[in-house]
Design a protein around this ligand. Structure first.
Ligand code: 86X
Length: 467
């Protein structure tokens, strides 16, 4: 598995070669397919995404990583604003009282909660927790702010850090003790009871919701339910777009099993990615229908239009900086990072909106600079030598497949744009073919176990019932 951290590198037998590579800042000491965990640790550091920190499980996000996060953030933030979701910011700290209130669903998580117990040398009278997620921080105020049906729906999002004191093998981006995310929390008015029965049928065929809507004449009745339940899937679609359109990582949408769903909710939808080198799926992001569980716990009640007391229906959803780690694991190669153009902070040619940078450093050789930018994953490199100048052309070199293309100066912007689009498409296609080649259909437990060893993604019969 990935990410043994920096300690793992010291046990490397190719120590000398590695020292040299470290000094020049060029190259990786292991190949992706030979030692995936070590390759990943090296690529995130040498690609200047991550610096290891002196607290285990915590990592510095360097500008090269942060710029990717900001691009994803800009996209997602604009999309949720179109859906009338508003940004807010709640405190980092949770008082122990409310955290206890939720103890049923928090039970299994308790060891992961980090506490502040001191200020300076003196013990705090009451220790305070650091948010691992913000239900307990936010929902008491949902309860306060939601009084009547006119206060609904309430649609909030916040961009923040959370802390979960994990004990299993920390990995940059993938599993860190502090990470960045957005967490969305919404509250809606009631849903007609009888529709609950059809809910699972709607969800298991989620893309058919619109069809169902148009085939049954009672659109108005469905409206409340759809608002609430539709949002879960609309958000899931944004998560799919983040992975597939921006990070060029194929994902599968689905509904979590009873075992894997968020215990506090009714059902959990998810986008799942696949890492060919580990042969394991990885959760990309989740969007939950919470039903009324939290409304009961936190007394999020309101007076409906008939003057009766009713409870809200809620959703919550999040994606994290893990997205970046998944992208690195899927696309990176033996030369370093491979960044899809849409999230690369440097593409080429600044005017006309292409993100570009000129490397005019004259204390490095061209060869060194090529390797350096390859390590950092820049999608397209443009070389301009004396011959190119004489011919009124430039040479473009693709990071994804090393193809070299001579481009006449006159067509530069147009051709570079075409190339970037092509790289984006091609990265996704290659990743998808690679993933699909791993899908293996099984019908027996023996086949299942064998496929797992072979690092396959398994397609198997599934009833989601415990026996
Ligand atoms: C589950 C559920 C949910 C809002 C999301 O997935 C979307 C955004 N939250 C998060 N979860 C916990 O509830 C949790 C609670 C505690 Cl106390 C903890 F230490 C760790 C947790 N991890 C996940």
């Amino acid at each position: 598995m990935a990410g043994k951290g920096k300690d793992a590198s010291s046990s490397n037998t190719k120590g000398k070669k590695k020292e040299v590579k470290k000094e020049t800042g060029l190259g990786l000491s292991v190949k992706k397919d030979d030692n995936f965990g070590e390759w990943y640790s090296e690529v995130v550091v040498n690609g200047e995404m991550i610096e290891y920190y002196d607290i285990s499980g915590c990592y510095i996000l360097r500008p090269w990583a942060m710029s990717i996060w900001e691009i994803l953030q800009t996209f997602f933030d604009a999309e949720i604003k179109k859906m009338k979701i508003k940004n807010c910011y709640f405190p980092l700290f949770v008082s122990p009282g409310v955290l206890q209130k939720e103890k049923d669903h928090i039970e299994g998580f308790a060891p992961e909660v980090a506490w502040v117990t001191k200020s300076g040398e003196s013990e705090l009278e009451v220790p305070i927790a650091i948010r691992p997620t913000s239900e307990t921080v936010m929902y008491p105020y949902f309860s306060k702010w939601i009084r009547g049906h006119r206060d609904l729906p309430l649609r909030l999002n916040q961009w923040c850090n959370v802390v979960r004191w994990e004990f299993s093998n920390p990995t940059p981006f993938i599993r860190s003790r502090e990470f960045l995310w957005q967490e969305g929390h919404t509250a809606f008015m009631k849903i007609p009871n009888f529709l609950l029965l059809t809910k699972s049928c709607f969800i298991s065929s989620c893309c058919r919701i619109k069809e169902c809507l148009s085939c049954c004449g009672v659109k108005l009745l469905f409206l409340c339910w759809l608002q609430e339940s539709f949002l879960v899937l609309e958000i899931l679609e944004l998560y799919r777009r983040i992975y597939e359109e921006f990070l060029a990582v194929p994902v599968i949408k689905g509904k979590k099993s009873e075992h894997e769903k968020f215990a506090g909710g009714l059902y959990t939808t998810t986008v799942e990615a696949f890492i060919p080198n580990t042969g394991r799926g990885i959760q990309g992001a989740t969007s939950h229908c919470l039903g009324q569980n939290f409304a009961k716990m936190f007394e999020i009640n309101f007076e409906n239009d008939k003057g009766e007391k009713a409870m809200v229906w809620q959703n919550s959803w999040a994606y994290t900086t893990r997205t970046i780690g998944v992208m690195i694991m899927v696309h990176g190669d033996d030369k370093g990072l491979v960044l899809p153009p849409k999230i690369a902070s440097i593409q080429t040619l600044n005017e006309s909106g292409i993100r570009a940078e000129v490397d005019s450093r004259d204390n490095y050789s061209p060869g060194w600079k090529y390797s350096n930018w390859e390590m950092k994953g820049v999608p397209l490199r443009i070389e301009i030598g004396p011959k190119d100048l004489a011919n009124n052309q430039v040479r473009a070199v693709r990071r994804d497949n090393s193809a070299k293309i001579d481009i006449p100066m006159a067509n530069l912007v147009e051709q570079v744009n075409d190339l970037l689009n092509d790289i984006q498409k091609s990265l996704f296609e290659v990743a998808k073919q690679k993933r699909d080649a791993c899908i293996h259909t099984v019908n027996t437990w023996e086949e299942f176990a064998e496929a797992l060893i072979q690092k396959k993604m398994i397609l198997a019969p599934w009833c989601d019932e415990e026996v």
